[in-house]
Design a protein around this ligand. Sequence first.
Ligand SMILES: [Zn+2]
Ligand SMILES: [Zn+2]
Length: 131
Amino acid sequence: MAELRNCPSCGTLYVRNSVRDVCEKCYKEEEKKYDIVYKFLKKRENRSATKDTVVEQTGVDEELIFKWVRKGRLQLAQFPNLGYPCAKCGTIIREGKLCTNCISSIRNDLEVHEKEEIRKEQIQLRTYHSQ
Ligand SMILES: [Zn+2]
Ligand SMILES: [Zn+2]
């Protein structure tokens, strides 16, 4: 089923598909920028660049860089200083959704919730294994 949507980047109405989360025009723009970033990071001396350096040197928006990191297009295993922001405080992290500080500070509040999540996951796992 085609789904009409406003491009989150430029607002144009476009048909959404699973690969592209922006319109054709923005997708092409993004690919160009991805090339620039990728070429930059591919150089040995740039492997350990931080997000700030990448933004500075390539002029590409940090949001795009975070998106590629989240999607695994920029693999963190190759780039030790890249990451994406913690969902709560914005600290750069490399796995999960929250940084360790946020995790420990909200652990108490979350305990009940986490137990519930674990329970749900176990149910999902069971469902998965029984398929
Ligand atoms: Zn667009
Ligand atoms: Zn945090």
